[in-house]
Ligand binder design. Structure first.
Ligand SMILES: [Zn+2]
Length: 427
């Protein structure tokens, strides 16, 4: 009954997305593999960054085929992509055996950045699974199926994407009208709830853009496949390609829902020029939609894990260098940070992490470690801080000096109790 089976996509990032929603994803013993997965994604983001920089730099000397506006849009992504995932701040809740991602500077551009795509996909998967379980608990078991619709391949991505999107919206409108009592015959009325996503790739044979949509649907009545195909052809005018398969793992729906949420990691699968083109065309487009029972599900904005309240913890700061995440500093709750290798550049990465987090800022103001103060004496250039951090460092350094000075001044001028010679009019 399939015209084509759903494709697997980029296996590493797809597996990584799946791993982030598995039960026990936050177990302490899984942290090394989690860091490895994120490191892999970050490395791919670095490669994409290189490609974008290449295009932007080349455009100064030759015609790259991009408009000035497009080049500006690309250039604007460079700093965001380069600092995304530079550090990861995990919080180890050691009494619960749980390690949660507490903070990171995510770029949130999941079209270009595989790391943000994994986190975004995982967050999406989780909220829709939760809704699915709630619906089943409330309304009893229903059929769960995956519908895939495609349009004819074409050379113009924007035109093809619009065509697909418009066709899906038309189906959704027919469903709504039919449910409202209008005399429209549509298979779509059988859909009680649905969540779907648009996916883009190159057609295997045509080499042209091949946009398609995967929709996870809840229904009680079986679909008439032929009727679905006929209806789709009538609406699109160019394609009857519809795939309809029952969920393969109704008791373990993560695997089925993954098919809908994997759109976010599919971009890293593309050829480098295709990725840039897809980004320029699709950034700002909604790639996810829902119907009926799945309406109104909100995917949370933050890409970090949810913190565990009221449990003791140790902070773990990882920095990305030499292609992997390395532990650079730890910090016990309420204590000063401990730098794994304070004399190396690694400490700089850790410092960046600390500066970026509120707890870190406080920790540094309270206890600037000696080795860190020493490192400040090195020329700033050698430390290769990004500009905003250099600013923070100078500010913190100045504040720390100011604090010390005023502290010393207090003693010097005897305004502190316990220096009786200066105590004013005490007797
Ligand atoms: Zn990112």
């Amino acid at each position: 009954m399939s015209d084509e089976s759903p494709e697997r996509g980029n296996p590493e990032e797809l597996d990584s997305l799946a791993a982030d929603v598995q039960r026990g994803f936050d177990e302490a013993e899984r942290l090394p593999s989690r860091l490895e997965r994120y490191g892999f994604a970050k490395a791919r983001a670095v490669a994409t960054l290189g490609n974008i920089r290449g295009v932007v730099n080349r455009s100064e000397f030759e015609d790259t085929g991009y408009t000035l506006k497009q080049l500006e849009k690309l250039a604007a992504q460079v700093p965001k992509l380069s600092s995304c995932g530079e550090y990861l701040h995990f919080r180890n809740y050691y009494t619960a055996g749980s390690v949660r991602l507490h903070s990171a500077n995510f770029c949130k551009n999941h079209l270009l950045c595989p790391l943000c795509a994994i986190r975004r996909g995982a967050k999406t998967l989780k909220v829709y699974l939760d809704r699915y379980r709630a619906i089943i608990a409330q309304r009893g078991k229903m059929r769960l199926s995956m519908l895939t619709f495609t349009v004819k391949d074409g050379p113009d991505l924007a035109e093809r994407f619009e065509h697909l999107k418009h066709s899906i919206e038309e189906c959704s409108r027919r469903r709504r009208d039919s449910k409202a009592g209008n005399r429209i015959v549509t298979e779509w009325t059988k859909i009680l709830g649905a969540v779907g996503s648009y996916e883009i790739k190159r057609g295997k044979n045509s080499g042209e853009w091949h946009p398609h949509v995967h929709i996870m649907v809840l229904h009680r009545d079986r679909f008439d496949w032929q009727a679905l195909k006929d209806e789709w052809l009538k609406i699109t005018g160019d394609s009857h390609v519809v795939n309809c398969t029952p969920a393969k793992h109704p008791d373990n729906p993560e695997i089925d829902f993954l098919e809908v949420c994997k759109y976010s990691v599919k971009f890293s699968d593309m050829d480098k020029d295709d990725l840039i083109e897809a980004y320029l065309v699709l950034s700002g487009c909604r790639m996810l939609f829902s119907l009926g029972e799945f309406r109104g599900v909100k995917v949370p904005e933050p890409l970090e894990d949810e913190p565990l309240d009221n449990l003791p913890f140790v902070d773990l700061f990882y920095g990305f260098f030499q292609g992997v995440y390395n532990l650079v500093a730890t910090r016990k709750q309420g204590e000063q940070p401990y730098f794994v290798d304070p004399d190396s550049n690694h400490a700089v990465v850790a410092f960046h992490a600390l500066v970026a987090s509120d707890v870190g800022k406080k920790a540094i103001l309270e206890h600037v470690p000696y080795s860190y103060q020493e490192s400040l004496k090195k020329p700033v250039k050698r430390l290769r801080f990004p500009d905003d951090v250099i600013f923070e460092v100078r500010k913190l350094k100045a504040e720390e000096l100011e604090r010390k000075r005023s502290f010393q001044n207090l003693y010097k001028y005897g305004q502190v109790k316990g220096k009786p010679e200066y105590e004013p009019n005490s007797g």
